[in-house]
Design a protein around this ligand. Structure first.
Ligand code: NAD
Ligand code: LMR
Length: 401
C-alpha cells in the first residue's frame, strides 16, 4: 500500500478524531481506524491546515511500505492481559506473519478492561508499526470476530501457585464455549484458531464443539512453549545453538502429563559440523533424558509461577508467534512443530475427538500430523497416561458446561 504523506496526515488525524469520538461518545467499541467518516473530516482538516502551512501532525514515516498482500484480520483475546502485552508488539514487529503482511488487529477483552484495552491500543499506535494497518479495540464478539482470519484465544484466567491447569476448567470453559459460538457465527470459514488459555487442549475442544459449521482442523491448542522449553534444555545440556536441536516432540496435553519425546530428534552439526546425531546418542545419558529432563519440561510452567509469582507471559507469546507462523507460512523442510490438533482416531492409537499434541508439518496453510513414527513401549505408556487425562478433562468439561 503506497500512502501519500497527505494521506498519512489524514490517517493520523482520523485516528485522533476517532479517539476524541470514543472519549466523548458512550459506546462499547473503541474503534481507531483510517476508514471512517472521521477520515473525510480529517481530509478536510488536513487541507485547511496545509493551506495555513501549520501542520499540527508530524510526518509519520519517510518511506511508506508498499504491501502487495491483502490484509489479514487477526483477533487477540485477553488483549489487556500479560501475554497480550508481549504478543501484540511481536505481531506489530512482523515476527508472526512477516514484514510484508498487513494486519488488521482486533483487541478483545471484557468490559471491565475497556480502559486498559484503549491504553494498549494507544501504545500500539505510538509504535507506528507499518504492518498494523488498522487497530480496533472492542468488548463485543461480533466486532472482534467478524470475518477474522486468525484468532488467538488467550483471554482466560491463569492458574496460581499449587494449582493444576485443569483446575481452571470450571472458570475458563464457559469463555471458550461462548467464543466458539461467536467464531461459528462470524469468523471466515478458513479461520485459524490458536487456543492459549488454559487448560488449552480442552478449551480448544470446547470451542471446536461449539462451532459446528467450522472445520475441526481450524482449532488448535498451543504446546509450542513446551517444545521450545525442551529444545532449550537440550541445547544447554549439549552446549549447542538451540537452532541445531531438531524434531523434539510434545505429545498429548499441555499439562504435567505431556510427553516430551526426544526419540525421533537430532542434533545437527554434532559432534562435528558435518554430522548430525540422534538426540539420545548425543546426550548419552538416558537417566537424565527419562528423568529430570522430562520433569523439568513437564513442570516448567509451575516453576515459573513459583519464581515469578505469575505465569509465563513473554515466552508464551513467543511460542504463539512460532505456532501461528509455522501454520500460516509453513514449517521448514524436514522439520516438525508440535501442535494440539483434532485427533481423527487413526493416528498413534489416540481416540477420536480429543485435541492432542502431535508432531506436525505445515504447508499450504494446513497442518498434517507426521505419521509412521515408531513408538516404543515406554513411550506408549506415557502416551496412554496423557490420553487418559485428556479423556477425563473432556468428561469433566461436558459435565460442567
Ligand atoms: P492475564 O490474567 O494477564 O490476562 C487474561 C486477560 O483475559 C485479562 O485481561 C482478562 O480480562 C481477559 N479475559 C477474561 N475473560 C475474557 C473473555 N471472555 N474474552 C476476552 N478476554 C477475556 O493472563 P495471561 O497471563 O495473559 O494468561 C492468559 C491465559 O493463558 C491463562 O489461562 C494462562 O494460564 C494461559 N497460558 C497458556 C500457556 C500455554 O502454553 N498454552 C502459557 C502461558 C499462559
Ligand atoms: C505455562 O506452561 O507456562 C502456562 O501454561 C502457564 C501455567 O499455568 O503453567
Amino acid at each position: 500500500m503506497v500512502r501519500s504523506s497527505s494521506t498519512l496526515h489524514s490517517d493520523r488525524l482520523a485516528a485522533h478524531i476517532d479517539c476524541i469520538l470514543y472519549h466523548t461518545t458512550p459506546h462499547i467499541n473503541l474503534i481507531m481506524s483510517s476508514s471512517s467518516s472521521a477520515h473525510r473530516r480529517a481530509g478536510q482538516l488536513v487541507g485547511h491546515l496545509a493551506a495555513q502551512h501549520q501542520p499540527l501532525v508530524a510526518p509519520l514515516r519517510a518511506a511508506p511500505v508498499a504491501f502487495t498482500k491483502k490484509p489479514l484480520k487477526l483477533c487477540v483475546t485477553g488483549a489487556a492481559g500479560n501475554i497480550a502485552y508481549a504478543i501484540l508488539f511481536m505481531i506489530g514487529q512482523g515476527k508472526m506473519l512477516g514484514n510484508d503482511q498487513p494486519i488488521e488487529l482486533r483487541l478483545l477483552d471484557i468490559p471491565a478492561m475497556a480502559n486498559a484495552i484503549n491504553g494498549v491500543l494507544m501504545e500500539l499506535n505510538d509504535c507506528a508499526y507499518p504492518v498494523l494497518t488498522k487497530i480496533i479495540g472492542t468488548t463485543d464478539y461480533k466486532t472482534a470476530f467478524e470475518d477474522v482470519d486468525i484468532a488467538l484465544l488467550i483471554g482466560a484466567k491463569p492458574r496460581g501457585p499449587g494449582m493444576q491447569r485443569k483446575d481452571l476448567l470450571a472458570a475458563n470453559g464457559a469463555i471458550f464455549a461462548g467464543q466458539g459460538k461467536a467464531l461459528n457465527q462470524w469468523a471466515k470459514r478458513t479461520v485459524k484458531v490458536c487456543v492459549v488459555g488454559n487448560p488449552a487442549n480442552t478449551n480448544a475442544l470446547i470451542a471446536m464443539q461449539n462451532a459446528p459449521d467450522l472445520p475441526k482442523t481450524a482449532f488448535t491448542a498451543m504446546t509450542r512453549l513446551d517444545q521450545n522449553r525442551a529444545m532449550s534444555q537440550l541445547a544447554t545440556r549439549l552446549n549447542v545453538p538451540v537452532d541445531n536441536v531438531k524434531n523434539t516432540i510434545i505429545w498429548g496435553n499441555h499439562s504435567k502429563t505431556q510427553y516430551p519425546d526426544v526419540n525421533h530428534g537430532v542434533i545437527e552439526s554434532y559432534p562435528f559440523p558435518s554430522l548430525s546425531s540422534p538426540i539420545r546418542a548425543a546426550v548419552n545419558d538416558d537417566a537424565w533424558l527419562d528423568g529430570s529432563f522430562l520433569t523439568t519440561v513437564q513442570d516448567r510452567g509451575a516453576a515459573i509461577i513459583k519464581e515469578r509469582g505469575k505465569s509465563s507471559a513473554a515466552s508464551a507469546a513467543s511460542a504463539c508467534v512460532d505456532h501461528v507462523r509455522d501454520w500460516v507460512l509453513g514449517t521448514q523442510k524436514g522439520q516438525w512443530a508440535s501442535m494440539g490438533v483434532y485427533s481423527d482416531g487413526k493416528t498413534y492409537g489416540v481416540p477420536e475427538g480429543l485435541i492432542f499434541s502431535f508432531p506436525c508439518q505445515c504447508y499450504n496453510g494446513q497442518w498434517h500430523v507426521v505419521k509412521g513414527l515408531k513408538i516404543d513401549e515406554r513411550s506408549q505408556k506415557l502416551l496412554d497416561a496423557t490420553t487418559k487425562e485428556l479423556l477425563e478433562e473432556k468428561r469433566d468439561a461436558s459435565a460442567a458446561l
